[in-house]
Design a protein around this ligand. Structure first.
Ligand code: AMP
Length: 596
């Protein structure tokens, strides 16, 4: 019988964790690093931007510095190293749409001490028999001993990776700063392969820039502080090179860096309504337009992480703030400048429009939420022509549009303003007719009504406040947003098409595709290109590009973009002229003003 006791899984895990702990850099090691380089310590601090798709700073779980430094502050070199690490991250396969979020940087030394003392007290109560030195090391593993701590130097950072396309933090096996789990140790093995890979990637990109990792917290990295100096010294020592244990940065009192923090705070408070160059977009809170509006924003690369009941949410990667409100309020809010821009049904915008007083304008038709404002009457009604409406009553939630319509048609009828379930009004004999929105017509049918007149077509639109549209900074952001939306809207209309065509049919097929630009032979083609260059004419993306095919002299490959409906309409003709292997793909985005 085997007398050796088998190690249980939990024992194995505990052993591993203890082994990991014994490898962590100790407080005593850091106390041996004493000298500071006066020259390098002169380096200033940098405020990490809080939006964009590069490195951004956002407090996450530790928010104790938020009042003193509303944006996260680090040493200038640390910031530029973070930017380089972020660029390296985007070059890694699978991380192309990811960014580094710094969740903590500079910390006031007093706060460091407060934290340390509190953790010390807690640990002492838990382990009253522990020696002073052991206790200090145990506390140091969670929160650095104040004298050697890196955060007060502005050299240490807590970082995490964020996928701005999906709007999700990457999986690291634990939450950042989840101190109740030992799985926060870099080498912990009780995490998924994906989390392990993410930890490795984060460590690689940071260490390549010269940051030192801390094995006790997968998110903590430092540069220039005592821990970094000790780590660098130990690494070099192992390579047989002896260097001084010398830190680059000294800890800074808040007063020493308060100028930069103060300037940042002033900047923040000056723009407290709309944070520095941030545009506020009002959208429908919960209704027909909400899903598609959010989808357009998402497909335009704008990430919004919204809690269930939040009504004002800042985009994670674009200077945009989303205000979730009732559809009926959007047009007024934009008109008053409470929101700079809004996505709303055209019907709502026209209903609120007062000539000469309106302060908002339509910037884009978005092509969804299509419906029309109809005048409808009961199927058994004796109202057959518009003139029969004279003296009758009309129920609607669009009193202004209805009044304007009746005035234009010289009809005198009573308007009954009701807010919901308008189509029931004739059924309960509350009105003779209604003016309401119709899209499929099923609601009219259910209530035995039919359309007598089509008053106004409507779809969702993007509107902007006139003043916001003139403010240089906001205008720039609005234009950037519109460019992204356009790129999505255009791309939605077109397909990218690839086909193989006979050499002999090139000009015929080009003609079928867009009816322009006959290509009779190569000389003509060259000339037409040169003419275009002379006149500085931009090349229409719909003009097919034709390539010869290596090894198939008789055939060419043709690429172009086409509207999907066009492609189906022309399919037979293309095939009749010899086109084969026709492939078409959806397009993510198109940047081309001429196609708008
Ligand atoms: P709702 O979510 O019902 O408040 O509708 C919001 C917007 O969707 C309206 O203001 C219209 O612009 C648009 N819409 C599209 N189809 C309809 C429809 N059948 N009835 C009401 N609104 C519609």
């Amino acid at each position: 019988m085997n007398s050796l006791k088998r190690t249980t899984a939990s024992e194995y895990k505990e052993n591993l964790l203890q082994r990991l702990e014994s490898g962590f850099v100790q407080c005593i090691d850091l106390l041996s690093v004493k000298e500071y380089n006066e020259e390098t310590d002169k380096e200033g601090f940098h405020v990490i931007p809080s939006a964009g798709d590069g490195v951004i700073g956002r407090y996450y779980s530790l928010k104790d510095m938020e009042i003193d430094t509303p944006n996260i502050i680090v040493r200038k070199s640390v910031y530029s190293k973070l930017c380089a690490a972020d660029r390296a991250l985007k070059r890694k396969r699978g991380y192309e749409n990811c960014q580094i979020i710094v969740t903590y940087g500079y910390r006031r030394p007093e706060i460091q001490k407060e934290f340390y003392d509190a953790t010390y007290e807690k640990k002492r109560n838990e382990n009253p028999l522990l020696s002073e030195e052991k206790l200090r090391e145990a506390v140091h593993r969670e929160i650095a001993f104040p004298e050697v701590a890196g955060h007060p130097t502005g050299g240490a950072v807590d970082v995490i990776l964020f996928d701005y396309k999906n709007g999700k933090f990457l999986d690291f096996g634990t939450e950042i700063c989840q101190f109740d789990s030992k799985n926060i140790y870099y080498g912990a093995n009780d995490i998924s392969d994906k989390a392990r890979r993410n930890r490795r990637t984060l460590r690689t990109i940071m260490c390549q820039q010269g940051f030192a990792p801390y094995d006790g917290e997968w998110w903590h990295f430092c540069y220039g502080d005592r821990e970094w100096a000790y780590y660098t010294y130990r690494r070099k020592y192992r390579q047989g090179v002896k260097i001084e244990k010398k830190a680059l940065y000294r800890q800074k009192k808040y007063e020493e860096i308060s100028e930069i923090a103060y300037n940042d705070k002033v900047k923040k408070s000056k723009s407290s309504i709309v944070e520095q160059s941030c545009v506020r977009l009002a959208i429908q809170k919960d209704g027909r337009l909400t899903e598609e509006t959010l989808s357009i924003l998402k497909k335009s690369g704008i990430v919004i992480t919204r809690g269930k009941r939040e009504i004002l949410v800042k985009s994670d990667n674009f200077p945009l703030e989303i205000l979730f409100v009732r559809d009926d309020d959007i047009s007024n809010l934009v008109d008053k400048g409470v929101a700079d821009i809004g996505v709303v049904g055209e019907n709502v915008y026209r209903e609120n429009f007062v000539r000469g007083k309106n302060r908002s304008l339509i910037k884009r038709y978005l092509g969804f939420g299509n419906c029309f404002l109809a005048l409808a009457v009961p199927n058994d009604s004796n109202i057959e022509h518009l003139q029969d409406l004279n003296g009758k009553s009309i129920a609607t939630s669009f009193p202004r549009l209805t009044r304007r319509f009746l005035e234009n048609e010289h009809i005198k009828a009573d308007i009954i303003n009701i807010t919901g379930s308008v189509e029931v009004a004739p059924v309960i004999n509350y009105a003779d007719a209604i003016v309401d929105l119709v899209s499929t017509g099923s609601s009219l049918q259910q209530n035995n009504l039919h359309v007598l007149f089509h008053i106004l077509d409507s779809q969702s639109i993007l509107i902007a406040n006139c003043h916001s549209d003139k403010d240089m900074e906001k205008k720039h952001i609005i234009e950037q947003l519109l460019q992204r939306i356009d790129s999505y809207l255009i791309a939605k209309k077109y397909k990218y098409v690839n086909m193989i065509i006979p050499q002999s049919q090139v000009s015929k097929i080009v003609e079928i595709i867009n009816g322009i630009g006959r290509v009779d032979d190569l000389d003509d083609y060259d000339e037409s290109i040169e003419n275009n260059l002379d006149k500085n004419v931009s090349i229409d993306m719909r003009v097919p590009v034709v390539y010869p095919m290596y090894g198939y002299k008789e055939w060419c490959s043709l690429q172009t973009i086409m509207k999907q409906s066009d492609l189906w309409n022309k399919m037979d003709e293309l095939k009749e002229n010899g086109a084969i292997n026709i492939v078409f793909y959806s397009i993510e985005g198109i940047i081309d003003e001429t196609l708008r």
